[in-house]
Ligand binder design. Structure first.
Ligand code: 8YV
Length: 316
């Protein structure tokens, strides 16, 4: 049984979506960890009071923080990915975790498709071309047609399925890789990632981050994707061996990339900044007013439910 009798005192790891933070701070007793000068000392001082943590996919929560709080019962996270939360330590100590699945699938899939069409047709590069006045002197290079091409989706979860729906509407073929073949999906399963990469014109990553997918995309997979292939990543930077990706792009091993996530955000490797065949976005996958509000509402609902009856609406 969860002990929800203690009056809730929450630790916020980092700044949250403003309306969510405001709602939480006006409802619960809270502490802002990111504003403390000495977090370790702060945690030791407040260890007895804190029974909940609110964080995000980006801020996460370390095992050290979890271990420092003996009465911690719940971690509510804003975001679907929870690879930055030390889930094993939380489970060991019977700390429940919630995330915000479902509500962001459309926007993240839109971002993946936007990157895909952008790299294929050089939309961002052509915008730079027009603005810099080069159109007055030169012709813009031709792009790549989408219809008839194969989109290989790595990870056919809810976001992967939403991506499949979008690329299908553009008359692309879809094949997917994952640990298991799924019943009731109209897409071809490819059990070998390297084979999928060799067949794909666009390889789109939609797997969760974490140790199971760390550097899933390495030099070998990029070689298989080949000189006419594009890599799209809206998953996590950790899924790609970023040094191998930079090298593959520099040597023309692959044609280009559309990247929303990076190994060390907000830092992007310098060589990528200089490549016209690479589209870079600042981890904006779920970043619309509507979706961020829906994520905030779901996170708050999890918090309320937990401190009312010990349940979570969307437990991890
Ligand atoms: C971020 C995301 O979490 O949901 C995820 O896993 O990567 C994003 O939606 C969001 O930016 C919150 O910080």
């Amino acid at each position: 049984m969860s002990d929800t009798s203690q009056s809730p005192t929450l630790l916020l790891i980092g700044p949250l979506f403003p309306s969510l933070q405001q709602r939480i701070e006006s409802t619960y007793k809270t502490h802002r960890l990111w504003e403390t000068d000495d977090p370790k000392h702060f945690l030791a001082t407040h260890a007895e009071d804190i029974n909940g943590i609110v964080t995000s996919g980006i801020h996460g929560c370390t095992g050290d923080i979890i271990r420092a709080l003996p009465h911690l019962r719940v971690i509510v996270s804003f975001g679907v990915g929870y690879d930055a939360i030390d889930v094993a330590t939380a489970r060991d100590r019977n700390v429940l975790i919630s995330n915000t699945p479902g509500v962001l699938d459309d926007c993240v899939a839109d971002t993946a498709f936007a990157l895909l069409i952008d790299v294929a047709r050089s939309i961002s590069a052509s915008d730079r071309f027009v603005r810099s006045g080069r159109w007055l002197k030169e012709k813009f290079p031709l792009g790549r047609k989408l219809a008839g091409k194969t989109c290989g989706i790595v990870g056919l979860g809810n976001i992967g399925k939403a991506i499949a729906k979008r690329v299908t509407a553009f008359d692309m073929k879809v094949a997917y890789y994952g640990r298991h073949q799924q019943q009731d999906v109209p897409y071809r399963y490819e059990p070998d990632l390297k084979t999928l990469a060799s067949q794909a014109d666009f390889l789109v990553l939609a797997v969760p981050g974490g140790s199971a997918t760390h550097h899933l995309i390495d030099a070998d997979i990029l070689q298989a994707l080949g000189k006419d292939g594009y890599l799209i990543n809206i998953a996590r930077g950790s899924v790609v061996d970023e040094a191998a990706l930079v090298d593959a792009l520099q040597r023309g091993v692959i044609a280009g990339a559309g990247l929303d996530v990076f190994a060390h955000e907000p830092h992007v490797p310098q060589p990528l900044l200089e490549m016209d065949n690479v589209v870079l976005t600042p981890h904006l996958g779920s970043g619309t007013h509507e979706t961020r509000q829906a994520m905030a509402d779901l996170a708050f609902e999890n918090l309320t439910l937990y401190f009312t009856n010990g349940q979570l609406k969307t437990p991890v």
